[in-house]
Design a protein around this ligand. Structure first.
Ligand code: ZN
Length: 456
């Protein structure tokens, strides 16, 4: 058998096990796993390196348009950062604007990505209008390759509880999973209004405006709604102990509930807000950074399998854009860049420090999200027949995170200055080397639009 590419002598790691050997690639797919494969047209010496499935980040917001502000990482720059960071697949949120059908929403996002992406991408559809006409579109979208939707429980983007229940019911009937941003608006409003009355709106106080209890309450409520409607839900960006406990207890009751967390909750705490002003504004997002006890619960949830996936929630703003809210957290656009640094940060803080196993890392960054969102086994593992999406980690290599060397156009990184151990040194996407040692070797437009199908 002849190969386009052989990745030779690395430690091949999946969510289940690891073995030293060669990966033979032809036509963009893995065709042989074994030992002593014949020479390929291209050879990569992976001795001493770990060969992992490329990252599958199912939580990104590229090219977000808030009207007065547009995020700086579009599909070209965001996926460039992803490729260099070891992420080979994303699912981005196609955001329904006022007056758009869900079908138009998908078309708008397809147009934003077309010809620009470096890696493969799919879309979840954000439902902001749950009228009967829009809900009626859900089964067709599922059949067309978009079997996941998102709802917000917060007022800024949210829908009523009544609408939430109807989305859950229709999604359940169509075999879709619903991604939920869970925070209780009334509880947030109460906390924020007390702070506004006391003129405490410097970003240093931001965490106090979004109490963990508001997240835990909404998570429990979403789970109860899912139980009532027999829906399958995926709780995005969990940041606190109460949310993890809610998911754990739901799963113990046999409910189909999945949980996700973000690298910034695993690697940073609310102490980062103490600097105040712009430094605090740079890490403003929703939910906020939490305390050490919440962080410990997240690592524990990864270990026990109650947190299934890690998503960056990448939404990039420049320092100037963040500075709009430097003295008032209500004006800060939410979000941080994360696609390029997420795998190395969680590897370093998690695997290198012994908090999670390498297999758990692979499960959370690749296998589980691919399974939940209908990409497996094409994506999310290293197996014969799977796409040859690989990231090679050098477990011994160290570096200091330096935004000047990153590809995001944000110009800063929340982990700036962090010393990390374990670096993705080479990324292969569908058999092509798209990044090596921090250099992007890809071209815009090589990424393909992924249509997904979930097992029912
Ligand atoms: Zn998000």
């Amino acid at each position: 058998m002849s190969y386009d590419l052989v990745v030779r002598g690395g430690t091949i790691v999946t969510a289940a096990d690891r073995v030293v050997g060669d990966v033979g690639v032809r036509g963009g797919r893995v065709v042989t796993l074994g030992d002593g494969l014949p020479r390929g047209d291209q050879e990569i010496d992976a001795r001493g390196l770990q060969v992992l499935p490329g990252g599958v980040d199912v939580h990104t917001h590229l090219d977000i348009d808030l009207g007065e502000m547009r995020s700086v990482d579009d599909f070209e720059w965001g996926t460039a950062a992803a490729a260099v960071g070891g992420v080979t697949t994303i699912c981005d949120y196609a955001w329904q604007h006022q007056g758009w059908t869900l079908a138009r929403t998908v078309e708008e996002w397809k147009a934003r990505a077309a010809g620009r992406a470096h890696i493969d991408y799919g879309f979840h559809v954000v439902v902001n209008d749950a009228s009967e006409a829009r809900l009626a579109e859900i089964p067709r979208l599922v059949a067309e390759g978009y079997p996941s939707f998102k709802v917000f429980m917060i007022k800024e983007f949210g829908i009523s509880d009544d609408a939430l229940l109807r989305v859950f019911r229709v999604a359940r009937g169509a075999g879709a999973v619903v991604n939920v941003h869970a925070e209780n608006s009334e509880m947030l409003d109460l906390a924020a209004s007390d702070m506004i009355a006391a003129r405490r709106w410097d970003p240093r106080h931001y965490a106090e405006s979004r109490p963990a209890l508001a997240e835990a309450e909404a998570t429990r409520r979403a789970i109860d709604y899912a139980e009532l409607t027999d829906a399958e839900i995926y709780v995005v960006h969990m940041s606190c102990r109460g949310a993890v406990e809610a998911v754990r207890s739901a799963r113990q009751r046999g409910l189909r509930v999945w949980g996700e967390t973000r690298p910034i909750y695993l690697g940073l705490t609310e102490a980062r807000y103490e600097a105040g002003g712009l430094e605090a504004a740079k890490v403003v997002g929703a939910p906020p950074l939490r305390g050490p006890d919440d962080q410990a619960a997240l690592w524990d949830g990864l270990r026990t399998g109650d947190i299934h996936a890690i998503g960056s929630d990448n939404c990039s703003w420049t320092v100037d854009q963040k500075a709009v809210g430097a003295d008032d957290f209500r004006k800060v656009p939410y979000g941080v860049p994360g696609l390029e640094t997420e795998m190395r940060v969680v590897y370093s803080e998690g695997v290198a420090r012994g908090r999670i196993s390498l297999e758990t890392f692979v499960a959370a960054f690749a296998t589980n999200p691919a399974r939940i969102f209908g990409l497996y086994p094409r994506k999310g593992t290293i197996a014969v027949g799977s796409d040859a999406d690989l990231v090679l980690f050098d477990p011994a290599k160290t570096e200091r995170i330096d935004a000047r060397r990153l590809h995001s156009r944000a110009g800063y990184d929340p982990f700036e200055g962090l010393e990390v151990t374990g670096i993705p040194v080479l990324t292969v996407a569908r058999g092509e080397v798209v990044a090596r040692e921090g250099q992007l070797l890809s071209r815009p437009g090589r990424g393909q639009h992924l249509l997904r199908e979930r097992a029912r």
